[in-house]
Write a protein that binds this ligand. Sequence first.
Ligand code: C2E
Ligand code: MG
Ligand code: MG
Ligand code: MG
Length: 279
Amino acid sequence: RRHGRGGFRFFESAMEAQIQARRRLELDLRRALTLREFTLVYQPQVNVATGQITGFESLLRWNSANHGTVSPATFIPLAESSGLITALGAWGLRTACCEAARWPRPLSIAVNVSAMQVVDPGFLATIHGALTESGLAPERLELEITESVLLHDDGAALDVLRAVRDTGVRVSMDDFGTGYSSLSRLHSFPFDKIKIDQSFVRAGPDHPSGRAIVRAIAALGHALGIDTTAEGVETEEQFARVAADGCTEVQGYLISRPRPPEEIGELMQAPAFGARRST
Ligand code: C2E
Ligand code: MG
Ligand code: MG
Ligand code: MG
């Protein structure tokens, strides 16, 4: 209590400093696109039965001159609240399509898309532009959306996604199970894939509900005739468990960390995952 006043002043200035830091980060984020500080890294997705890579997910990286490497968990929400996500998302889509078009094998490329992008009036044109510019077949592109995309939906986002799907582009539901009313989302839109959130996949023996949830989602995917991808698989045990529980695809550090574009060709030449493990 002796430091009451000083403590309060300290608290105020700490908050002020935090607000300043955030403002600086946002300003630098605005400049980052023109400064070419963004890159994409790619993480493979593997078919459980064959061990073959079926495609890659592109993930944004910000290498900031002032802030070092900033995590998407930090800058994506900032890009969303500042409206920058439309431009950044368009850059990500175009770059991912152009890089994927040069891969030695025509595997699929999954791109994360924010809710704000989907409801932007230019979204369909952005997709179309990325496909035209890159020459990528629409069937190779997959959009990953989270349930939040459909949270405040009056049907508009769904109409856009239907139009996207009509062109041959596939749509996956990301981080399944972490949002609200997941099941009704699956009922109102024909998703092509369900990605099961890492929190369920990595729940250990102390959390048997995690396994039950993975199993239930895999069964749901099977009934709907669509793929279910277990995200965040880090160990052989987790791989064996999600395989036994019926997931059709796996993604995670066990297979590979996200890699820069120049390493993708080499990754594609490597033997199937199971073959690599058993030798
Ligand atoms: P996400 O789409 O669910 O991506 C999966 C995240 O899990 C990635 O984190 C990936 O690096 C990480 N991950 C993959 N395997 C493992 C594993 O075995 N263990 C652990 N601990 N983590 C693993 P990252 O790259 O930091 O991205 C975080 C989130 O940021 C993404 O979650 C996505 O929601 C968002 N994001 C990333 N790139 C983009 C983008 O281009 N556009 C948009 N709108 N969002 C993006
Ligand atoms: Mg994703
Ligand atoms: Mg995810
Ligand atoms: Mg996520």
